[in-house]
Design a protein around this ligand. Structure first.
Ligand code: PHB
Length: 390
């Protein structure tokens, strides 16, 4: 008791340093609608991080406030970000599944004195729109460049590319073309589909008609990718020997049971597989499985969120909980740690994550469950798209 009183007096003498503040983090993502599973994975990653690392940084309590943008909707994203900053007084903005939702918020960061930590949105240019953006996910340049080499080495010389017609799709198309032509291959046709496309049969016909030996594809993970890969299998392209090359968005683990044996052998390149064999990943998956409730729903946005929280905790530590966006961002430039995905660094210049990209193959385990099996590592990949974005 006496000790407690003395401690209380000391705390008051120190100017109330022992009194905790609450630091709010506003997270924007798709928490309802067709992409709700992706938002659920943001939350699972955040909850897993807080379960393993606590809900406090120093004396400060961390509170996460969620706002729902079900589909890419820049106006809604910006309005919610403003509400989070003005009304909720969040010190950090984070999340952002879709590129347009992140892009719409970059102009308010400076005046709001708030850093943005991107958990997913993958268009290279986003980090160039404000010095207060840091990204812990990937870019489609980063994930699509290695698959071009894989395709060429598989003996495929003529490819048709098919992408969703918005930022990350256009980046993926450019990345694949640059990588594939460098090898000596040829992209015979490039199709851009509206983001809202959900009937892929006409596209499959155009792929068949193109005479290409392979197809490169990017769509944002969700019902879109599941529908595309199903259509590829069901329209006879796979059976006809037209090979599919894609970044790992097209084989997210939560879609594998629905794709079934038809997806076996499919090769993709990506920054993260739930099967990644490391102690850090085992701890992450155990905590994230618990957080999400149903392990079959766990997929890659959870790791972007988990590492994003690591970055935010480091920012809070460096600023002592005070609101200073530039100081917070400067503190994580060059930060390295071992993520569940492997070793990573926040590149000091671009503020984008440098990481290994893995070639993976859809495999069925002894337990009958499908997984992405890592078979090759492209080490320490930066973002080749940044030069193009400038
Ligand atoms: C994006 O909009 O930047 C985005 C969304 C989902 C993905 C990849 C990129 O799987």
């Amino acid at each position: 008791m006496k000790r407690f009183v003395l401690a209380a007096i000391a705390a008051v003498a120190l100017g109330g340093a022992a009194y905790a503040d609450t630091i709010k983090v506003g997270v924007i993502g798709p928490f309802s609608g067709p992409f709700a599973l992706q938002g659920k994975n943001f939350k699972a990653g955040i909850d897993a991080y807080m379960a393993l690392n606590g809900k406090k940084v120093g004396n400060d309590d961390i509170e996460v406030i969620y706002r729902d943008v079900p589909q890419a909707d820049p106006a809604q994203s910006k309005a919610l970000a403003q509400e989070l900053v003005v009304k909720e007084k969040v010190q950090y903005l984070a999340g952002f599944y879709f590129t347009p939702d992140a892009m719409a918020v970059t102009p308010i960061l400076k005046q709001a004195n708030v850093p943005m930590v991107i958990f997913n949105a993958a268009t290279s240019a986003i980090v160039t729109k404000s010095p207060l953006v840091v990204r812990t996910s990937f870019t489609t340049w980063q994930t699509s460049t290695p698959i071009a080499k894989v395709a060429y080495d598989a003996g495929v010389k003529k490819v048709i590319s098919v992408v969703s017609d918005y930022g990350p799709g256009v980046d993926a198309e450019n990345a694949f073309k640059a990588g594939f032509e460098k090898q000596g291959g040829q992209v015979v046709q490039a199709i851009r589909m509206p983001l809202s496309t959900n009937d892929f049969s006409p596209i499959m016909q155009r792929i068949k008609d193109s005479g290409a030996q392979g197809v490169f594809a990017f769509l944002p993970s969700g019902p879109t990718t599941l529908g595309f890969v199903k259509a590829y299998n069901e329209n006879g392209l796979k059976a006809g020997g037209i090979k599919l090359f894609a970044p790992g968005d097209l084989t997210q683990e939560s879609d594998l049971p629905a794709l079934g044996d038809a997806a076996l052998g499919m090769q993709t390149t990506f920054h993260y597989a739930i099967s990644h064999d490391s102690a850090e990943n085992k701890a992450f998956v155990a905590a994230a499985d618990k957080a999400i409730g149903n392990p079959a729903e766990l997929t890659f946005p959870a790791v972007g969120a988990f590492d994003g929280m690591h970055v935010i905790y480091k920012m809070i530590e460096a600023t002592g909980g005070k609101q200073d966006a530039q100081k917070a961002v400067d503190a994580v430039k060059g930060l390295s740690w071992v993520s569940p995905r492997g070793p990573v660094t926040i590149d000091a210049e671009s503020r984008h994550i440098t990481q290994n990209i893995y070639l993976r193959e859809v495999t069925k385990g002894d337990d009958g469950k499908y997984y992405n099996k890592e078979i090759q590592t492209f080490e320490k990949q930066g973002d080749p798209g940044l030069a193009a974005a400038k």
